[in-house]
Design a protein around this ligand. Structure first.
Ligand code: COA
Length: 258
């Protein structure tokens, strides 16, 4: 099965559905239409018994620059039924294994979504960042819960309060990344691991994943809703408007009065 949404490519083979972010001219930043395509792909992957594993990948130079900032400015997600919520809820509760290959920058939701994947393989050029505060926003989709749990509070504070990027080595040290390879090899390694998973009994994979996630599943769902309410409000407030305007005008934001 192959699908050709322009910016999201989807291809299934040998039990593996590979979803490729493909909007390179805008650094794979994600629009509402792309979230809708991602949500639809996951729905299909869940329903289709021939799909046993999902792989997310970008390009060897960029995973994703995060949410499209023009979209944030002009068409912010209005409710928690919007495409980004459909996609992220689908991913955070996806029952089958999900593998990601990440090279280059993974900004904002580009890093957040990895918290909901099972195996993450990184190019040595991978740079993870969650600069929500720098945009006048707060963490999203469970990251305020999952990041401190993963890396401990002090490092989480560095990542989420300072919003500074951290590289592949640091990501592997805290357990966000399983293995680091040259960028040209990351997608192939993710495929190789996905094919290994696809040969295993699916019912055992699903039950094992469910049990591993059980301890925090309800908390994640609750946190996603709480973060979503705050994020939605903050998108419309002056700090975010200033940050997005500055990005579009290619200038530094001025938060001195905010
Ligand atoms: N939304 C919309 N457009 C984006 C974008 C985003 N999140 N990220 C990059 N782009 C666009 C740029 O505006 C530029 O468009 P143009 O060619 O029409 O001017 C194009 O993609 C290339 O981006 P550029 O910044 O020149 O690439 P770079 O290689 O120098 O830097 C990044 C790459 C990812 C480091 C940088 O683009 C970036 O920091 N983007 C914003 C990340 C962000 O804050 N995301 C929101 C997180 S919540």
């Amino acid at each position: 099965m192959s699908d050709t949404h322009k910016d999201i490519l989807c291809h299934s083979e040998n039990g593996v559905m590979t979803i490729t972010l493909n909007r390179l001219e805008k650094k794979n930043s994600l629009t509402s239409a792309m979230y809708a395509a991602l949500a639809a792909a996951l729905e299909q992957a869940q329903a289709d018994a021939t799909v046993r594993v999902v792989v997310f990948q970008g390009h060897e130079t960029i995973f994703s620059a995060g949410n499209d900032i023009g979209d944030f400015l002009n068409a912010p997600p209005a409710t928690q039924d919007s495409p980004v919520f459909a996609f992220m809820r689908g991913l955070s509760s996806f029952p089958k294994p999900v593998v990601a290959a990440v090279c280059g920058p993974a900004v904002g939701i580009g890093t957040t979504l990895l918290l909901h994947c099972d195996l993450v393989y990184a190019g040595d050029n991978a740079a993870f960042s969650m600069p929500f505060v720098n945009l006048g926003l707060c963490p999203e989709f469970g990251s305020s819960l999952l990041v401190p749990r993963l890396m401990g509070y002090p490092r989480a504070a560095e990542a989420l309060l300072l919003g500074e990027p951290f590289m592949a080595e640091a990501a592997m040290e805290v357990g966000l990344v399983n293995r680091i390879v040259p960028p040209t090899e990351a997608n192939a390694l993710a495929q190789q691991q996905a094919r290994k998973l696809a040969l295993k009994p699916l019912s055992a994979l699903i039950e094992t994943k469910r049990l591993m996630k059980k301890g925090q599943a309800a908390m994640v769902t609750e946190r996603i809703a709480e973060e979503g309410a705050s994020f939605g409000r903050m998108l419309r407030e002056p700090a975010a408007k200033e940050a997005f305007g500055a990005f579009m005008e290619k200038r530094k934001p001025d938060f001195s009065r905010l």
